[in-house]
Design a protein around this ligand. Structure first.
Ligand code: ADP
Ligand code: ASP
Ligand code: MG
Length: 411
């Protein structure tokens, strides 16, 4: 008998009918003899609705109170699902993060799970109950409700699977697996049978929101077998695995990720002297702003330009800090751009193939898309481009790297 953790996302529990459908599905699994722990998100749109409400009171709601509120979305769905199961004669019980005791740090709105108490869940499973746990939420050591960041129910699912040493963690969603890129943008995208943790981690951190980054980190660290599947269609889904197969068919790149969440800042005409990068980025990091890509131009007239990207939410703060630095350093000007996007190609196959980056640049050049910044690592190449070319770039790269579904190629 296996122990399986199943997580159902927002659209999969978006209506009462869907919750009933999820209950039917869980019932079937249960009848197969497996022990089941279910994690659910809030009904689709609910978390956004709650955040909007808070913003009507204050542009920047107090993080602790925001958590008290947004965590209610998941409390509704756990109760509804437990009711739907009980109605079908399946013994079930629902728990909030606090009731399980999913202990997190106190970083409200982006808390990290520190520890999970598995006693209550194990006792319920032993008594034959399906346990339904609220995703996205926990409690800190002082008893404050915390939440894990957008998409955090994935992480609850994987963390529970790790704590319970489950045989598999199944992430049920509105797509039937992880695709070569977001199928909403490229209809020719293909489902991957397998993807390595390493690649999935890059895809998630570079913008593919199908899995929250931390859930992949957790799964890799604790070696949790993780699978992404469609909630209401049968199919094998995508397995996130440790092994890199050395097959001839291994593609050079496995997927394309993209992200519109960044903004770019340039400080022009700064003296080209040792320590200047620190003088520019020190105050930015002291303001708790994370920097992603960085480019320093070749010096000209003993001055240089320095460009970096930050999350769009941090743009205004970063600009303020940079203006201050600019006046201290006697820089010429600060310019900003929020209409950028980052496109990345990801694949362990890059390790054994040369010329991957130039193939990417060639494909973008053919579409006359200008590359503003470039960053590479062992298994990815990212470029920053103008936001309006994002979809075109993703489609062009998908074709250039031969990822289009065969039947539709050339469409
Ligand atoms: P849930 O509410 O179930 O957590 P999400 O909206 O968070 O669902 O994640 C599923 C969505 O992720 C899909 O509908 C799809 O548009 C998007 N997505 C982005 N990149 C990918 C990808 N590479 N493969 C599959 N889906 C992707
Ligand atoms: N309900 C939360 C969100 O919308 C968590 C999740 O769905 O994973 O971000
Ligand atoms: Mg999600």
């Amino acid at each position: 008998m296996a122990l399986i953790v199943q997580k159902f996302g927002g659209t999969s529990v978006g209506t009462v009918e869907r919750i009933e459908q999820v209950a039917e599905k869980v019932k079937k699994f249960r009848e197969g003899g497996d022990d089941i722990v279910v994690v659910v998100s809030a009904m689709s749109g609910e978390t956004n609705r709650l955040i909007d409400l808070a913003k009507q009171i204050s542009e920047q709601p107090v993080p602790r109170e925001l958590d008290v509120m947004v965590s209610t979305g998941e409390q509704v769905t756990i109760a509804l699902l437990a009711m739907a199961l009980i109605k079908r004669g399946v013994p079930a019980v629902s728990y909030t993060g606090n009731q399980v005791r999913i202990l997190t740090d106190s970083a409200h709105n982006k808390a990290r799970i520190l520890q999970i108490d598995d006693q209550k869940i194990r006792a319920d499973l032993k008594a034959g109950r399906v346990v339904v746990v609220a995703g996205f939420q926990g409690v800190d050591e002082h008893g404050n409700i915390t939440t894990l960041g957008r998409g955090g129910s994935d992480t609850t699912g994987v963390a529970l699977a790790a704590a319970l040493k489950a045989d598999e963690c199944q992430i049920y969603t509105d797509v039937d697996g992880v695709y070569t890129t977001d199928p909403r943008v490229v209809p020719q995208a293909q489902r991957l049978d397998k993807i390595t943790f390493e690649e999935m981690l890059e895809m998630a951190s570079l913008g593919s929101k199908v899995l929250q980054i931390r859930s992949v980190e957790f799964a890799g660290k604790y070696n949790v077998p993780l699978r992404v599947l469609h909630s209401f269609q049968e199919g094998p889904g995508t397995l996130i695995t440790l092994d890199e197969e050395e097959s001839m068919e291994q593609p050079i790149i496995s997927g394309i990720a993209f992200n519109r969440d960044e903004a770019k800042l340039t400080i022009r005409g700064v003296p080209d002297i040792p320590g200047v990068a620190f003088k520019i980025l020190g105050p930015i990091s002291a303001s708790n702003i994370e920097v992603d890509m960085i480019v320093q131009n070749v010096a000209h007239d003993n001055t240089t330009d320095f460009t970096f990207t930050v999350h769009r939410n941090d743009y205004q703060n970063a600009q303020r800090v940079l203006e201050q630095t600019a006046s201290e350093l006697g820089a010429r000007e600060v310019i900003g751009d929020t209409k950028i996007a980052k496109v990345s190609i990801v694949g362990v196959g890059m390790r054994s193939h040369a010329g991957v980056a130039s193939r990417m640049f060639e494909a973008l050049a053919k579409e006359t898309i200008n590359i503003q910044m470039i960053s590479t690592s062992e298994i990815k190449v990212s470029v920053v481009i103008e936001e309006k070319y994002l979809e075109l770039a993703v489609r062009a790269l998908h074709t250039a790297f031969e990822l289009d579904a065969p039947s539709r190629q050339g469409e």
